[in-house]
Design a protein around this ligand. Structure first.
Ligand code: CMP
Length: 139
């Protein structure tokens, strides 16, 4: 039976530091199936839209700025209970608090440049997956 989905992005600083390969390896190691993936760069308007739920937070402009600073890798991951499984696997939002061995502990630089994104609910995973991928781009 197919699992549920979550949306991840390998953030610009992690891409720039050469962590794309190691993070993709960790995705496979964790048993997540990549059903869609692209290498792209968000425009300011796209990043503002993607992070719209945070628009009133003090870190919004800075987050948009860092998320548009270079290319990202966006992917839809599938696994049983994908949203929670991925959040557990990547570790706490702030890499300083992320458990040893998690993706954010290994590859994160700061709260903002925390290596990877993870959807926070099944509903948002669907919205975020649709943000990046058409049906034809999913396998
Ligand atoms: P992400 O999973 O991409 O979702 C929202 C992002 O906001 C989060 O990772 C962090 O990189 C960023 N962020 C910056 N400051 C904060 C903060 N104080 N609390 C939560 N998230 C923050």
């Amino acid at each position: 039976m197919a699992g549920s989905i979550t949306l991840t992005m390998i953030k610009p600083l992690a891409v720039q530091k050469g962590f794309t390969g190691p993070i993709l390896a960790k995705i496979a190691e964790g048993g997540f199936k990549i059903i869609a993936m692209k290498y792209t760069r968000l425009s300011v308007n796209q990043a503002r839209k993607f992070y719209e739920v945070h628009k009133d937070r003090p870190f919004y402009d800075s987050l948009v700025n860092s998320m548009t600073s270079g290319p990202i890798v966006a992917a839809i991951l599938e696994k049983e209970n994908a949203v929670q499984a991925w959040r557990d696997y990547i570790g706490a939002t702030n890499p300083a608090n992320a458990a040893p061995g998690t993706i954010r502990a290994l590859y994160g630089t700061s709260l903002e440049a925390n290596a990877v994104h993870g959807s926070d609910s099944d509903e948002n995973a669907i919205i975020e997956g649709d943000f990046f991928f058409s049906k034809m781009e999913r396998f």
